[in-house]
Write a protein that binds this ligand. Structure first.
Ligand code: ADP
Ligand code: MG
Length: 350
């Protein structure tokens, strides 16, 4: 059974509807990410689940308790969720230990032990007596995470809690926090606009656009079988080429007639217009070749690999290729390529 069940949820602010009939089932335990551009309604959804915002329609069930529905409203403090708000939201008049231990039951010794354990986990040992204003933004954010986990809530809502951290610290704190949530057997709903973060740490990802969930699946599902070009481009890099499906897993496009994959749920009809989603790792570069009609115009180094942008007078659409290790071509080189794997053909929506 799902642990968070959101049905036809409509919510927003006076004169501004943000969520439009959102449906979302979050399985028990594990991490589900809600991924979407800034302003699409991610925080609004979390605030509705936490009980900080009253939806105008729809229902929310947490575990086996309906907390929002026709005639039903359970107050935030009775929902047994831990929330890490987008802006830390610490109590300024309490020190770090006071913030983390706020509302924590038990003897003084038990509380101190739990607070120390949480501060260790978020990488802030020995900071219990500091005040929030003595901490950097990233440190405050980590204290907010510790506070949300203190009472071992069954459901933890995390609103972009890692985005204020430096890249190096981010990976470490994120894996420790998520590991702690998993170890407690809790369910985490993590909001982020960072597709790398969503794909790398979440068990399932719900992609949100304009106040709706447009696709929900495993990171692999989203990457391999996006429902549309927008999702495909959002989760990973891709070149989009106009194409016509000609049947037998073949499409005509600027590269000629090429083998393609098609969406398994609704395969396209012969003659359908659509687009190819070409992932850079599907483009296999050859050696520099003066006779090729494609030219490398840019090389982006990422250390472990590099991304090479190709252009051709025959195509208004540039193409990106990923090469492991150092680049084998330089800007200005003419170079040939093959498709190492068939790209996905996505028919245009009617
Ligand atoms: P996200 O978290 O995905 O960036 P939000 O849920 O914060 O998006 O915001 C969704 C929309 O609601 C945005 O257009 C935003 O400007 C608007 N909004 C957010 N908070 C408020 C508020 N308190 N009052 C009015 N509008 C708001
Ligand atoms: Mg937000």
């Amino acid at each position: 059974m799902s642990d968070i069940e959101v049905r036809s949820l409509t919510a927003g602010y006076p004169g501004h509807r943000v969520l439009a009939a959102v449906d979302l089932s979050v399985p028990k335990a594990g991490v589900t990410a809600v991924l979407g551009h800034s302003g699409c309604g991610k925080s609004t959804l979390l605030r509705a689940v936490a009980g900080l915002l009253r939806p105008s329609a729809g229902s929310i069930r947490l575990g086996d308790i309906t907390v929002v529905g026709p005639g039903v409203w359970v107050k935030p403090e009775h929902r047994a969720v831990g929330l890490v708000p987008q802006e830390g939201g610490l109590f300024p008049h309490l020190d770090v230990a006071g913030n983390v231990g706020f509302g924590l039951a038990g003897s003084r010794r038990e509380r101190t032990r739990r607070i120390d354990e949480l501060l260790d986990m978020v990488g802030l040992p020995g900071t219990g007596s500091l005040r929030p204003h003595e901490l950097s933004g990233g440190m405050q954010q980590r204290v907010a995470v510790a506070r949300a986990l203190a009472r071992r809530p069954r459901i933890v809502l995390l609103d972009e809690p890692f985005s204020a951290l430096d890249a190096g610290l981010r990976d470490q704190v994120r894996s420790e926090v998520l590991a702690a949530i998993k170890a407690d057997g809790a369910t985490a709903l993590l909001v982020t606009h960072d597709q790398d973060e969503a794909l790398s740490v979440a068990d399932r990802v719900a992609v949100m656009r304009d106040g709706r969930i447009v696709q929900h699946g495993t990171p692999l599902d989203l990457y391999r079988d996006p429902v549309d070009v927008g999702v495909g481009q959002f989760v990973g890099e891709a070149t989009i080429l106009p194409a016509t499906f000609v049947g037998d897993a073949l499409s005509d496009c600027v590269l000629g007639r090429v083998p393609v994959r098609v969406p398994t749920a609704v395969p396209p009809e012969r003659g359908s217009k659509g687009h190819l989603l070409v992932r850079p790792e599907e483009v296999q570069l050859g050696a520099p070749d003066r006779t090729s009609r494609w030219t490398a115009v840019a090389v982006q180094y990422h250390g472990h690999d590099c991304l090479i942008e190709l252009e051709s007078v025959d195509s208004p659409h540039p193409l990106a290729a990923r090469v492991l290790g150092p680049a084998t071509v330089r800007p200005g080189n003419r170079v040939g390529f093959t498709l190492a794997a068939p790209p996905l053909f996505l028919p245009d929506q009617p």
